[in-house]
Design a protein around this ligand. Sequence first.
Ligand code: GLU
Length: 510
Amino acid sequence: MERQVRVRFAPSPTGPLHIGGVRTALYNYLFARQHNGAMILRIEDTDSTRFVPGAEDYINEALHWLGIGIDEGVREGGSYGPYKQSERRDIYRKYVKQLLDNGKAYIAFDTPEELDAKRQEIKNFQYDASTRGMMRNSLTLPADEVKRLIDSGTKHVVRFLIEPDRQVIVNDLIRGTVTVNSSTLDDKVLYKSADDLPTYHLANIVDDHLMEVSHVIRGEEWLPSAPLHVLLYEALGWSETMPQFVHLPLLLKPDGKGKLSKRDGDRLGFPVFPLEWHDPVSGEVSSGYRERGYLPEAVVNFLALLGWNPGDDREMFTMDELIKEFSFEHCSKKGAKFDFEKGKWFNHEYIMNMADDKLAQIFKPILADHVDVTAFSDDYIARAVGLVKGRVNFVSELWDQAKFFFVAPKEYVEKDVRKRWKPETPAIMRELIEVLRSIDDFSSKNSEEIVLGWIKEHDYHMGNVMNAFRLTVVGECKGPHMFDITELLGRDETIERIERGINNIQPIDA
Ligand code: GLU
């Protein structure tokens, strides 16, 4: 029988979620939805020394912003909870005991100083079958001494007993079969008495088992842990229901080699976090995609293609299309270069394709910083936005492109005046006013026909007349199609602006 798909995204709340982590969450989500499975959000907070306040809320908010839905989690609840590891101590204790009782793990008392001394003494020291006999642990100390140490509250850890020289096989849906010799692995710490908590490895395996996780989909950086995890499943008697591993390709620097880091973002000027992050300790602020003006749909589309491809050259995908098309067969083993310019391009495309009224609603708060928005109808704002949206990569840039729709120019760009405002221009502009007054149907197409006809009839210089016209209406010689602008502004406003131009613009001698 096919196993019910249950996947989990399992971040540690040690800071803001990195964009690579977001991609991991996204792939988990796509796979879960594609198979009508469950998407779990599990908070892995067993390392109290690395806990950062606010990080958990940040993770929730970021996933919500991107539309990555969670079925079971701390907020959502679910029948496999608690979903936060620090609330599962009692559960882990039971499995630590089981491993100890079955001789699959042992207790070690070595202090950090003793371990350091050994590292000095033995080159490439590893706590394993070749060295554990020289250390202070329950395998080398008499049983009553072990009991005495524990009873007197001596700090200790529980280590996994790894048998040497076994071939450990990891099956990975992207990487195929990876075989590792167990002698290369060390006897990992599974539990620390100091905080009465398991380490990542044990907690992760116990939870994946108890939460009936079917696929472990995570970043490639966790691949080296996978052989250990395979052995842990075996030691706990859970090999039969071990999840399928899927290790996703790394996100690489846009330039050069290696993993994408926060420093690359700072150096090249792009965010590596989904949302802006205010570090609670240092006060440092790191920029986020949301605050930079990215649309969540564009970020999702961009991230989906970093490591996966549809098998052809299509690039635009909605979340629903991604859910349909996504597959691990089309995920690459090779790392994916983080192409930030491509991210901008996606945002541009999403802005272009977005309905004008929807875009206008996103733009409105920005517009409100500059003008009284109640003076403009939603329809007017939507039409203005529609005329300039092709010129921007970010919603925040719309103001600069569209401001003349909301405020008449008070200044005129000098180089355009120099080039286009001649001594004879005011007289021609006065004539233009009369032409415009005579037009009943002020639609773009009709007024264009009439105005161009008038220019030709008088043999005026097309470029000079049209650019002088534009200068009075826009304040500079750029912007969308002139008659689309005047249609939206309306005849009165257009004529008023030309009059103001005639009164205020002085020719500048070349
Ligand atoms: N807590 C680990 C992390 O922060 C989870 C790794 C895994 O998915 O197994 O990424």
